[in-house]
Each structure stands twice: as structure tokens, then as C-alpha cells.
Design a protein around this ligand. Structure first.
Ligand SMILES: [Zn+2]
Length: 181
């Protein structure tokens, strides 16, 4: 079975990020193509390549499709495997919001992807006997560690400092004992 850990830092992370989203550090896009290009630029960067290489996860480094989320009911972005569903609002179609979703994909690729892949190849009987997979907290310290490093690299040191200050204010944990990035 896959055990999902409680997502304790979700709203605190969103609250912290909102301040940076509305600041001059962020940049908004107007079309889905621009968002896709930005995601491509991040994922094909040497910086990301090096990180996957360091963790022996290059086999997980694949393109991510950015798809407009036309749902009228919700206004938030979603990450699924190799897909980002992007709400069509200025807030969500921005560099910062995209970096958040890309951080989810990287977090998944570096921490659980391989285990889940092999789990899904098992027979039902083997699944029942297999050890549980611990799916890390969606917005836990590891995720925010990756996120803030992406912000530093792609939005700059000032943006990173501003986000770190918000994290501190809202008591969001983002440091890890063993650096992923
Ligand atoms: Zn998220």
C-alpha cells in the first residue's frame, strides 16, 4: 500500500508563497504556450540535469506538459505525473506558481517515483505482501527545500530571501539534514 503522510504545511506554504506571487519578484504569463516554454526552460537547464544526475535519477527526467485547467469550480494548479494543470488566472499563470508545480514533479522524481513504478508492476498478491511505500508530505520540508532552491536559481536571491522570511513568519519547515539540491 501507499501511505500518504498528512499534508500539514499546505496552507502555510500557500500563504507564504502568496506574498511573493504578488510582488515584483514574480512574472506573469498570458498564454499557456509561454507557461509551457518556461517549464521546458527549467527542465532542460543544466542546473536541473546536474541534480538528477547527482541522485542517479536521470531516467526520471522527462518533459512535463502544461495543460490549461478549464475547471470553473476550482482555481488552483495541480501536478500529476508529467503533467501540470494550470488554472487560467494571472496568479496561477506565473513563474512562481509554475516553480511550485515543477517542485512537486522534482520531489516525486527524486524521492518516490522508482518505488511506485516497481510497485505498480507487481501482481495483486505481491502488492498485498509488499512493504508499504511512504509517500512524503506533499508540502513537507523536502518539498519546500526544493521549491526555495528553484526560486533562488530562477527568480533570484532577493526572491529567495523574501520567501524564506515568509516561511519563517509562518513557521514553514524547509531545511533538510541531507540536501537534495
Ligand atoms: Zn503544492
Amino acid at each position: 500500500m501507499i501511505n500518504y503522510q498528512r499534508d500539514n504545511q499546505r496552507s502555510k506554504t500557500y500563504r507564504s508563497e502568496a506574498v511573493i506571487n504578488r510582488s515584483d519578484h514574480n512574472h506573469r504569463f498570458t498564454t499557456n504556450d509561454q507557461c509551457q516554454e518556461y517549464a521546458n526552460e527549467i527542465l532542460s537547464s543544466n542546473y536541473i540535469f546536474k541534480i538528477y544526475e547527482k541522485h542517479n535519477k536521470l531516467h526520471n527526467l522527462q518533459a512535463i506538459r502544461v495543460i490549461p485547467n478549464k475547471s470553473k469550480r476550482t482555481s488552483s494548479n495541480y501536478s500529476q505525473s508529467r503533467k501540470i494543470l494550470l488554472s487560467q488566472t494571472p496568479y496561477h499563470m506565473s513563474k512562481l506558481a509554475l516553480l511550485h508545480e515543477i517542485a512537486h514533479q522534482i520531489h516525486y522524481d527524486l524521492t518516490v517515483s522508482d518505488q511506485i513504478r516497481s510497485y505498480l508492476k507487481l501482481t495483486i498478491k505481491e502488492m498485498a505482501e509488499a512493504e508499504d511505500i511512504e509517500y512524503p508530505e506533499f508540502h513537507g520540508r523536502e518539498f519546500n527545500h526544493i521549491f526555495i532552491h528553484l526560486v533562488k536559481r530562477f527568480l533570484g536571491k532577493e526572491a529567495k530571501r523574501a520567501l524564506a522570511a515568509e516561511f519563517k513568519k509562518n513557521k514553514v519547515k524547509y531545511t533538510v539534514s541531507k540536501a537534495l539540491f
